[in-house]
Ligand binder design. Structure first.
Ligand SMILES: [Zn+2]
Ligand SMILES: [Zn+2]
Length: 377
């Protein structure tokens, strides 16, 4: 498997704490790869940048960002090479940074006029990867719930493929997710309701939107657990044996599309467009956050807004919490419908993943798994 090959080529048995050259090496390789990908995007913006995102770009900031990651990859590479016996990480970072520089670096001009049309969202993948890593990785490293769990725990690469798979076809996924919602809201539009809601204070509208979304999410999520053929899709999300922010990306495309569509249909009937966009931003961050390997508990907030420990119990393979905690924002929704499980104190699950259900490893095997015939026991 590719993951084992990468671990073997870049890893070693030396300690990985601060000051050992491991972190500088990992960051150098990470920034190097990002920089290289970004410069490739500058060369082929027609095919590798998303028309959806281009209007929001400030190219001067993007160019500065590319320059910064190139410089960081080189500096951190040098630091790691000095501190660590095995130089593979440092060399990887510096080689990619060198490659990015040789290809023209951050100053590659955009030659042709950009047009709408089919494109691969490599720019979106790189930007979001950088953003999410900067936000979530430091808190997981500094305050983990499971300190022994490495950033490169088993199947980390599989989850990067999942992240890639929802970002590269940004046009296809956003189209598929929005299609049922736009179709239906065209037929069953309730303009009076939307206008009345639109007159409420923004925060009230937003709160109502999260509530409607979570109620819809609760029932479709519960259906994914209860209906056998639906479970085979959702089991993929539950196959992670260890949770962290990137594990939250592991979700079958069908699961993603059905859940998002199901949530967006009632929302588009009721709420103004800006509120729905605000909700989509919120759910992206909050859902990622609840999968984090983040230990501290914000006790006063726990009853109102779901924190990592709550959703972690949804992912446990321990019997007492199976088919519990379906809500993704408000824990009291589970209380109302009798599926609430949240042990007092600071108790975290001991085991994660599926109980007695073997799921194949790897992105493509998991993609085809729900379509394969169930083997009789
Ligand atoms: Zn679930
Ligand atoms: Zn989850």
């Amino acid at each position: 498997m590719l993951e084992e090959k990468i671990n073997e080529a870049l890893g070693d048995a030396d300690p990985t704490g601060f000051g050992t050259g491991w972190w500088s090496g990992v960051l150098s390789a990470f920034f190097g790869v990002l920089a290289f990908g970004a410069v490739v995007c500058l060369h082929f913006p027609q095919v590798l940048s998303s028309p959806e995102l281009r209007p929001y770009y400030s190219m001067s900031i993007i160019r500065m960002l590319i320059q910064t990651v190139i410089v960081l990859a080189i500096i951190l590479g040098v630091v790691s090479a000095m501190l660590r016996r095995k130089k593979a990480l440092a060399l990887t970072g510096m080689l990619f940074a060198l490659g990015a520089t040789l290809l023209g670096g951050s100053s590659v001009p955009i030659n042709e006029p950009l047009r709408e049309g089919p494109a691969i969202g490599l720019d979106w993948f790189l930007l979001d990867m950088l953003l999410m890593t900067l936000i979530f990785s430091p808190i997981e490293v500094l305050w983990p719930a499971y300190p022994k769990q490495s950033v490169f725990r088993s199947e980390w690469l599989t989850d990067i493929w999942y992240f890639l798979s929802t970002h590269l076809p940004i046009q296809v996924t956003s189209f598929l997710i929005l299609l049922p919602a736009t179709q239906l809201s065209g037929i069953m539009n309730i303009p009076g309701v939307t206008a009345a809601i639109g007159r409420l204070p923004w925060l009230v509208q937003f709160f109502l939107a999260v509530m409607v979304a979570d109620l819809a999410e609760y029932w479709i999520h519960r259906a994914f657990h209860v209906v056998p053929w639906m479970w085979r899709f959702h089991a993929i999300h539950h196959s992670s044996k260890a949770l962290d922010w990137i594990a939250g990306s592991r979700s079958h495309l069908v699961d993603d599309i059905v859940v998002r569509g199901f949530i967006l249909i009632p929302m588009m009937l009721i709420f103004p467009h800006e509120i729905n966009v605000a909700y989509l931003l919120f759910v992206t961050f909050h859902a990622t956050w609840t999968h984090c390997n983040f230990g501290p508990n914000v006790k006063w907030l726990e009853p109102y807004l779901i924190q990592p420990r709550y959703h972690h119990w949804h992912h446990t393979s321990q019997k007492e919490a199976i088919d519990k905690n379906f809500a993704i924002h408000f824990p009291w929704i589970d209380k109302i419908f009798g599926t609430y499980y949240f042990p007092d104190g600071d108790k975290w699950p001991d085991t994660y993943g599926l109980h007695n259900e073997p799921i194949p490893r790897g992105f493509w095997a998991q993609f085809f798994y729900p379509f394969s015939r169930k083997k009789s026991a």
